[in-house]
Design a protein. Structure first.
Length: 322
């Protein structure tokens, strides 16, 4: 369900301060300024869909800044995606500028300064997802900020249609469907980003690709084993640890971190699975190789932006959740 905040009932003299509080609460710590001398008018409607936050913003002309000072005040690590639906918008980050017309979308990163600009009334949807989650799935994300993806065709067109449908159906969305829908949105985002020239990488050799798939296949088969280590992987594949590290070298994270995220993803799916509602969160965590419930909960929140318990708001009576 969307939570809505609006300037409609706020004294015009107090609207800028109110609006700044609203957008900081919905997104990350930001500075807002008017550009035409008129009081800001606008509304923000936000809803959580598994690891994604979906927000609809309708407002008057303004500038929004993510400054170094604001970044230093908190450790917020998110990627945000602006999907323009009415008017024009723009994003400046990392020396690039993306101009958005209806249907277009672009990515930006909360860990680095950026500016959003709107010279007239506008409307857009904004997706917010944990930074670590996207970086793990799409290593090029850091290099693709403030780059426009065309909304008239391909992934851009699919993204707009999916977001419109999600927004209209969000009140009737079954909790067990939220994870799958969040994954679909993320995959369409990745598909759109992959079309950008900066996303292209030199092709991997067939030999390295073969060995890399051997490593991933072994890890997937032994993911539930709490004793799985880099050394045991190398030994089973009959290669040295240094060869294993070279094979993995071009991936976006270390092999140890990849194992960790694969376990977290598997636990996420099980926690969301209504067929496993009778199992406690601790049982699920232990079944995927974790041995410290508190550490698991912290890592889960860092990856997905919510705690395991928040995915299970109504635990079964008599069960004690981790």
């Amino acid at each position: 369900m969307f939570r809505v905040h609006s300037t409609a009932q706020v004294d015009p003299r107090l609207r800028l301060e109110y609006w700044s509080d609203v957008v900081c609460d919905a997104f990350v710590q930001l500075e807002c300024e008017v550009v035409d001398g008129k009081p800001i008018e606008g509304s923000v409607a936000s809803a959580q869909v598994a690891s994604l936050c979906l927000t609809k913003v309708s407002a008057s002309a303004q500038r929004v800044h993510r400054t170094p000072a604001k970044i230093s005040q908190s450790s917020e690590d998110y990627f945000l995606v602006s999907i323009q639906t009415h008017g024009r918008g723009g994003i400046v980050q990392d020396g690039r500028e993306a101009v958005l017309t209806p249907g277009d979308f672009a990515l930006y990163d909360s860990t680095r300064p950026y500016t959003l600009f709107f010279d007239a009334d506008f409307q857009q949807y904004v997706l917010m997802l944990p930074g670590r989650l996207l970086r793990t799935e799409f290593p090029s994300a850091n290099n693709l900020t403030a780059s426009t993806i065309d909304g008239q065709r391909g992934a851009g067109h699919l993204m707009l249609n999916l977001i419109h449908t999600l927004a209209s159906d969000i009140d009737t969305l079954a909790p067990e469907s939220a994870s799958a829908i969040a994954d679909s949105v993320r995959q369409i985002l990745i598909a759109g980003l992959s079309t950008l020239p900066a996303a292209k990488q030199a092709p991997m050799s067939q030999l390295r690709l073969f060995h890399l798939e051997r490593v991933k296949s072994l890890v997937r088969n032994k993911l539930r084993d709490p004793t799985l280590t880099i050394s045991s992987i190398a030994a089973e594949l009959k290669m040295s640890a240094s060869t294993l590290h070279r094979t993995w070298g071009r991936e976006s994270c270390s092999l140890g971190d990849w194992i960790w995220t694969q376990r977290l993803d598997a636990a996420y799916r099980d926690i969301c699975d209504p067929n496993l509602a009778g199992r406690s969160i601790s049982e699920i965590a232990f079944s995927w190789g974790f041995n410290d419930p508190a550490h698991f909960s912290r890592a889960f929140r860092a990856r997905f932006g919510c705690t395991p318990r928040e995915l299970r708001p109504h635990p079964i009576a008599g069960r004690r959740e981790a």
